[in-house]
Design a protein. Structure first.
Length: 178
């Protein structure tokens, strides 16, 4: 028996961009709204999750969007960035890295293994692209996500600022060697 879950590479179309905008707004809001000011959340969502912005991101040749589709519904996604410099030390030989810029699933699917399936597929993509590491940024207050990433072997290598509206937050930079 086959699973009704499929992980697909997103098509670079306006329809996909509209779908990602809606899913991105909902999952980001559900994940972070309770811990942030409404005006900061609204500003961030407006700037980052319009259909137009998602179409620009989809059309970036270094971006790969993975969609988690259960039957006909998209219930999660990951945005991957090839050739990322996140966490690179200046003056060192660059390491080819894949960055997981976003990995979100709808609240009803948290705890089902869907996040782990998306993560395994992202790591597989990094290997296919011959990357030496996978990196990501995670808000220092997102303890559930930090623990999830640690289970996959990610280790902290630094931090950087993340601007949510007018609120400057700290993201931990995590790395997993391949």
């Amino acid at each position: 028996m086959t699973s009704p879950l499929r992980i697909l590479v997103a098509k670079r179309t306006a329809a996909t961009a509209a779908q990602l905008a809606e899913l991105g707004r909902q999952t980001f809001h559900d994940t972070f709204a309770a811990q942030n000011k409404p005006e900061d959340m609204a500003a961030y969502l407006a700037a980052n999750f319009s259909p137009e912005q998602q179409l620009v991101e989809l059309q970036d040749p270094n971006a790969v969007f993975l969609l988690a589709q259960m039957v006909q519904d998209v219930v999660g996604y990951a945005k991957l960035k090839l050739h990322s410099t996140l966490g690179q030390e200046e003056g060192k030989v660059p390491e080819d890295r894949l960055e997981i810029e976003r990995l979100y699933i709808l609240e009803d699917w948290i705890g089902t293994g869907l996040g782990a399936t998306l993560m395994r597929r992202a790591i597989e993509e990094a290997r296919q692209q011959k990357c030496r590491a996978v990196v990501l940024g995670v808000w220092e207050k997102n303890t559930r996500a930090i623990e999830f990433y640690r289970r996959f072997g990610f280790k902290p290598i630094g931090q950087h600022e993340f601007l949510l509206g007018q609120d400057v937050q700290t993201d931990l930079i995590l790395r997993k060697g391949l």
